[in-house]
Design a protein around this ligand. Sequence first.
Ligand SMILES: C[S@@+](CC[C@H](N)C(=O)[O-])C[C@H]1O[C@@H](n2cnc3c(N)ncnc32)[C@H](O)[C@@H]1O
Length: 359
Amino acid sequence: MASIEIRHLKLIDTVAAVGTLKNAAEKLFLTQSALSHQLKELESRLGTQIFYRVNNQLVFTTSGKELRDASKEILERLKQAENNIQEIGQDHMKSYIHGYSQEETTRLNDQANSIAELLHWDSKWKKGSLILEAGCGVGAQTKIIAKNNSDSTFISVDLSTTSLEKAEASIKEHNIKNVEFKVADLLHLPFKDGHFDHIFVCFVLEHIPHPKEALQELKRVLKPGGTLMIIEGDHGSTYFYPDSLSAQKVVQAQVTLQQQKGGNANIGRALYPLLLDSGFKNITISPRQVYVDDSKPELVDGFIKNTFTAMVRGITEEALAKKIISKEEINNGINDLYKTAEGGGTFCYTFFKGIAIKD
Ligand SMILES: C[S@@+](CC[C@H](N)C(=O)[O-])C[C@H]1O[C@@H](n2cnc3c(N)ncnc32)[C@H](O)[C@@H]1O
């Protein structure tokens, strides 16, 4: 069987970028004859020609084009995995409970899309505003708020470079032009005092060990008279039918694990005192309940299965390794969460949306 190796993919990808074997050899720090040998070897393994030579340029054959596209995709994916692995190794990333996998990207987008109207019907700012989105992740909320406020400018920041790359790709795919992305820690923001007209934060404070410090840093970069809009969940607000002790236990396992990592999965109920303690004024908290039954099939899939149960599933390996819950309890709990998505089941969860002013 023909076997294509990574060095072959690099050869193809580099030739696609620079056009000749001579330039590719220089770019790859190889001699031209070594590269030529690799190319012949690859063509012989595949039993087909990859390039035609036209006036000293290499032009891809039909098979070559197939290999060129695959090389680009595979090398990009490997680069992304390398970046992810580097990030996972950093201390501040290790403490983030959900991680940065492809499954989590899908989950964040399912979450944002399934409850977009409930959370964002009032996420509107005055025309021409400069808005900071702190902890934008993969841009799941960004694409919604930036589209609904196309006459304002967003600067969206996150700790994770990999997430920001995904966010940038998503914004481009949705043809949204009013967002700039930046790597930044919301505890040490690289902006001067009073830089922003408004700030938006969603599902971030629950992961921060000292949320009051985060709120004070956000307040620092907010203009006097500017607003902070903040959305958080509260896992203690979860109840469902059929009720199940196992399902409650698996949800509690997430709460415990998040607490061990310095976060608070029940932070929704504490938004008011946190904003008050951090010196914000005119605080209004608006609880937003998601209620799902058979009459809302899009929420049965989008929220019960793909957002909430997917989130709990995502932490089970670590909860098991830390002996917070047993394998049997996990399996029973997850099965029972799925039962709430079957005919006759119901599911309730409450998000808390706060708006406050810096005076
Ligand atoms: C659950 S995700 C939410 C992402 C997005 N706001 C959403 O609702 O889809 C939490 C995000 O907060 C980011 N984050 C956590 N701590 C942070 C910090 N100190 N500074 C900036 N971002 C942070 C994480 O990297 C992650 O992308």
